[in-house]
Design a protein. Structure first.
Length: 417
């Protein structure tokens, strides 16, 4: 393989760990339009906590040259001499749950300004099948004036990052790869194989790789929807759902999932990408959308169960003080994007309760910017009528809830209520 110089477009939860990994063997320029993010990274600190300071500092360099290492920049000139461009920007949905490709279009425009002869553009962002070749590449062609699969080429290697997981890091998860021609597929696969210790799987086409990614998260979403429905059923029967799942899991082929609030930028979003594309082909995906409806309903369900417990305990709901523990979309991670804990909070406020949020992981400024909510970063000393364990951060393990609850106060957790 010719000497690669890699430009990573987007330095968030996906882009930074990937850039750090490639920088151990190649010259890498991490590009992000957020200059404050770039400055932060060049100082050796990652606010997402995905890359430890010592690890980040070990690969940083001060110039965008051809020596191995990572240089972060918001200057387009610094990525002009790259020959591989990897796009790792978010792929959200809008308020109507329709795919929003705006970040991908902008990233493609950026690449169109710098891509050169024989360069390879690789997309990692989760999309529906066909998005790379039908939606993104035409933007690169238009801006660059180059012809796809003649002057430049493309690949797709879906991101497999699990935010907050320090065990299954990017190099330890097998990577799917693909290319716009068989030869380019081999090149893309060789590039990732050189740093992914878990190995790679070369898919026969970009569309296959795109489809594989989007069904990974759709499958998990459906499985969680199933146990969320079980939770609603067994709660009515006064049966401990967690105990049921533990008993069922003694069978070797039982797939154990836990009930929960399904948010974040993957599982709570990706099924909508597949659903929209299916509908464009005249098929209405019943199971996928049914799973989404079930999981999207869990915030309202949690709030109603909390209120029921309060009423049974003789607590006046209106004006009650409620402590919500956690607001990030998952445990032990500062990411608040698309967190469904806000559904619980908003629903509780509909009952005219006073909700206090405590999360030692979340950034208060980010939470306020995204949701208009204030949070505490230290456990309040006051006592509450109800405590809701919304996110199972390690700081909450073994926490003595009795110290935070008034007489007759109640506790609620989706796993054990």
């Amino acid at each position: 393989m010719d000497k690669a110089k890699i430009g990573i477009i987007g330095l968030g939860y996906v882009g930074l760990p990937l850039a750090r990994l490639f920088a151990t063997k190649y010259p890498v320029v991490g590009f992000d339009v957020n200059k404050s993010r770039v400055d932060q990274l060049m100082s050796g600190y990652d606010c997402t906590l995905e890359v430890e300071e010592s690890v980040l500092r070990s690969v940083l360099k001060n110039e965008s040259d051809d020596t191995n290492g990572l240089y972060c920049s918001s200057d387009l000139d610094d990525i002009k001499d790259c020959n591989y461009y990897i796009v790792t920007v978010p792929t959200p949905v809008d308020k109507n749950n329709r795919p929003d490709l705006t970040p991908l279009y902008r990233a493609s425009e950026t690449i169109g300004k710098v891509v050169g002869k024989d360069d390879i553009v690789i997309y990692e962002s989760t999309v529906y099948p066909g998005a790379t070749e039908d939606d993104c590449i035409p933007v690169v062609e238009k801006i660059s004036g180059l012809k796809f699969n003649v002057d430049f080429f493309a690949g797709y290697s879906p991101e497999r990052i699990n935010p907050g997981d320090k065990e299954h890091t990017v190099e330890k998860i097998k990577k799917v790869t693909s290319g716009s021609t068989p030869q380019i597929g081999e090149k893309v696969n060789a590039l990732y194989s050189s740093v992914i210790t878990a190995g790679t799987h070369l898919a026969p086409s970009i569309k296959v790789a795109e489809a594989a990614k989007v069904i990974e998260n759709s499958q998990r979403d459906i499985n969680i929807a199933f146990v969320n429905e079980l939770k609603k059923i067994f709660d009515r029967m006064d049966i401990d759902t967690t105990a049921v799942l533990e008993a069922a899991a003694t069978k070797w082929n039982f797939l154990k999932f836990n009930p929960g609030l399904v948010g974040g930028h993957c599982i709570g979003v990706d099924p909508y990408y597949l659903a929209q594309k299916a509908q464009e082909y005249g098929y209405h995906p019943e199971i996928i959308l049914s799973g989404r409806r079930m999981n999207d309903s869990m915030g309202e369900y949690v709030a109603s169960e909390v209120v029921k417990k309060m009423i049974r305990s003789g607590i006046q709901v209106k004006g009650a003080d409620i402590l919500v523990l956690g607001i990030t979309f998952k445990e032990n991670c500062p990411d608040v994007r698309n967190t469904r804990v806000v559904d619980v909070i908003r629903e509780l406020k509909e009952y005219d309760t006073n909700v206090v949020i405590y999360d030692p992981w979340a950034n208060p400024e980010e939470v306020y910017h995204e949701y208009g909510l204030d949070i505490e970063t230290k456990l309040p000393t006051a006592k509450f009528d109800a405590v809701v364990l919304a996110v199972t951060h390690k700081e909450f393990e073994g926490l003595d809830f009795s110290a935070s609850i008034k007489d007759k106060g109640v506790c609620y957790s989706l796993k054990k209520s």
